[in-house]
Ligand binder design. Sequence first.
Ligand code: GTP
Length: 210
Amino acid sequence: MDDEIERFDQPLKVLLVGGSSVGKTCILRRFVEGEFPNKCKATLGLDFKIKSMKIGQQIVKMQLWDTSGQERFRSMTQAYYRGASGIMLVYDVTEENTLTTLPDWLGDITNYAPEDVEVVLLANKSDVGEQRVVSKEAGEEFAKEHGLKFFETSAVENINITEAFTAMAELLAKKAKLKETPDNVNVTAPNGKSSYEVSQQAEKKSGCGC
Ligand code: GTP
């Protein structure tokens, strides 16, 4: 049967973290809802959405947590690193300080997230043209130095958004595959679903007024 797939029902927790206004909420909404939000207020606290992706013969269900980049919520966010399988670390190519403070975020990840957490670095707002102050090379260099996968993204123009989440899902699928047991494999795919996206469901937890 060619549509027999492996499904990992337990959602894997993936956090979006990074400085305030780098575009975390817009990236998440672009990915989950397929559009750029007209209006977006700062995230107050945390909010999550669920999305499943088919990676090869595996379905990876991700619980995607949007966090606030505001300093006053930092300790709250730190509590959510616990149990995270993946972290999308985001900076803004129009704000140099969002790049220079990345080591602080990596410090939090080291201190509060599981040791084997997967981290993908996103340089957002790559659509801006002359407002750019951080070169692609600077981001690539930082990513290389820290062994991170790197994407320049634009939530506005939908550049590399799916690619970045696919890369994360692939990293998680690879790891889940290594840990798989006979109990969580061989679940048949829902009829008629052939694309990589097999289910989509959004849930609001708190805060974001978008
Ligand atoms: P906090 O909730 O404060 O942590 O912010 P955030 O990181 O979730 O940022 P948010 O998604 O709210 O976006 C902040 C601002 O950046 C908004 O005005 C967005 O319209 C804008 N923005 C987000 N993504 C992009 C992008 O890809 N390109 C451009 N040009 N602007 C963007």
